[in-house]
Write a protein that binds this ligand. Structure first.
Ligand code: ADP
Ligand code: MG
Length: 472
């Protein structure tokens, strides 16, 4: 199996531009109206129609005319956007075979220019698991039916951040190379998932190592939450590598104990069944950690000493909203409990999404915002204001469909942007900054003023944006 990259090289700059416009439109449209795409793309001589036909032909867009004429991105279209951004950044030059498929992801080999092979994980939340999305109904309010795009991106962002942090703390995890949208690039693990290993020289030693790593993770403030034979890789020397991190949570999570015990149980069950290990006696040593165990050798979560400088707190300080770490990205396995708490979910998810967006704004990868949290909140409000502003002033109830955050997103692909795009982005960002400044200064934002004079100003400001968009 391979990813259909046939059309990739033949796509033009306009193709990618229109693809990006559809992606941006999907922020607030399940199906992005063709009219809207035409208006924003404003290519000459029917250029947009040709581009849309070409993207449809390559299965990068799905056409829908059930309610009105429009398009949405396909998985492949979203893949191409992420791959394009990473190829432009020089992360890799070609995509090879599929090497793995998880519950909510596909993993491919990719090659660097020097021939080094890396692994590319494409997150596909909501595609194979409707339940995961259904349980997240409160996440995005009206965005319910198309939040696969956001959930997948959130999963990739988290996975990259966790992997990087774990690597820096000496855990045996793949090297986190880069990420974009729903796509994470990491080193290729030489080995096989534990699930495929039928025989082992030293199952006891491997077992102790695996449980030891689980305890050490908890000492660092984190619980894996999907710690099983599919997410533990093992090589010919029986060296262990842990993979698959988007669902990790902090030890402060309200269900931490349950997640920890469940992870422990998975490993105990697997080694008992596959290698007939019996656990009447406690393992001699759990990877150097001092931890109390029950009569069957299962470590007690409550006895794990949590050292200073927890990783969960470190991640929180690096721009992750606290709730992101505490909440994890739910997969099928642990979705039930979370979704019962609707209020919590909705709060968590809004912060998740704004967190992802601000992370994406950062040049240095996953260190995005200044971590103040305030900025995130303000940004979010500002954008709402500006969108409202645009909507109020748009003709005949039509909106231009663009949020300023969308424009910020486009920064990821700055290589594909022309100078007009950059100028537009700058202007919108500046405006954002002004609104933030005015809010910090205790003044009302432009969007919230309601005087006649201000309406006029809004209108002229809006027509400026419209003009810029039509030039774009
Ligand atoms: P999911 O989150 O969907 O479960 P995983 O990260 O567990 O996805 O990956 C699915 C499978 O892909 C793994 O079981 C493994 O076989 C393979 N895989 C994932 N990451 C790597 C990697 N870095 N190197 C080699 N194989 C990998
Ligand atoms: Mg997995």
């Amino acid at each position: 199996m391979f990813l259909d990259m046939e059309g990739f090289r033949s796509l033009s700059k306009d193709d990618f531009r229109v693809l990006t416009i559809v992606e941006m439109g999907m922020r607030n449209h399940e199906i992005v109206p063709s009219k809207l795409v035409h208006r924003i793309a404003s290519l000459r001589y029917g250029g947009t129609s040709k581009v849309l036909d070409n993207l449809h032909l390559h299965k990068l867009l799905h056409h829908d005319s059930s309610k009105y004429d429009g398009f949405r991105l396909t998985d492949l279209g979203y893949d191409y956007l992420a791959i394009k951004a990473l190829v432009n950044r020089g992360v890799f030059v070609s995509v090879g075979n599929k090497i793995g498929e998880g519950k909510e992801s596909e993993i491919f080999e990719v090659s660097r220019e020097d021939g080094t092979v890396l692994a590319m994980k494409l997150h596909r939340l909501g595609r194979t698991s409707f339940r995961a999305v259904a349980n997240q109904r409160d996440y995005l309010g009206h965005r319910t039916s198309y939040n696969w795009l956001y959930l997948s991106r959130l999963a990739a962002t988290k996975e990259f951040a966790f992997m990087k942090a774990l690597e820096e703390h000496g855990f045996p995890v793949p090297n986190a190379v880069d990420y974009n949208r729903h796509c994470v690039i990491m080193s290729l693990v030489q080995g096989y998932p534990l699930a495929q290993v039928k025989q082992m020289q030293n199952p006891e030693i491997v077992f102790e190592r695996i449980i030891g790593l689980l305890v050490r993770l908890a000492e660092h403030g984190l619980i894996h939450c999907d710690y099983n034979e599919f997410n533990i890789m093992i090589d010919d020397d029986e060296k262990v590598t842990i993979i698959d991190f988007p669902q990790m949570v902090s030890v402060d999570h309200r269900n931490a104990q349950m997640y920890f015990d469940r992870d422990v149980e998975c490993i105990f069950k697997f080694f008992h069944k596959r290698f007939s290990l019996s656990f009447q006696e406690s393992p001699d040593d759990i990877d150097g950690s001092e931890v109390d165990m029950d009569e069957n050798g299962r470590p007690y979560f409550s006895s794990i000493a949590k050292g200073p400088g927890f990783l969960d707190k470190e991640l929180a300080a690096s721009g992750f909203a606290r709730k992101q770490i505490e909440g994890g990205v739910e997969k099928d396995a642990d979705s039930g409990e979370e979704s019962e708490d609707g209020a919590h979910s909705s709060e968590l998810n809004e912060s998740d999404i704004s967190g992802v967006d601000s992370l994406h704004l950062g040049e240095q990868g996953w260190h995005g915002s200044d971590g103040s949290g305030l900025e995130q909140t303000l940004n979010c409000d500002d954008e709402k204001g500006i969108v409202e502003e645009n909507q109020q002033n748009s003709e005949a109830g039509q909106t231009n469909g663009l949020e300023t955050q969308d424009v910020s997103d486009k920064e990821e692909d700055n290589q594909t942007m022309n100078s007009k795009d950059i100028e537009l982005t700058k202007r919108l960002k500046n405006q954002n900054r002004r609104v933030i400044a005015s809010m910090r200064g205790g003044r009302k934002s432009l969007a919230s003023r309601n005087t006649y004079k201000d309406k006029g100003r809004r209108s002229s400001h809006n027509s400026k944006i419209q003009k810029q968009l039509s030039n774009w």
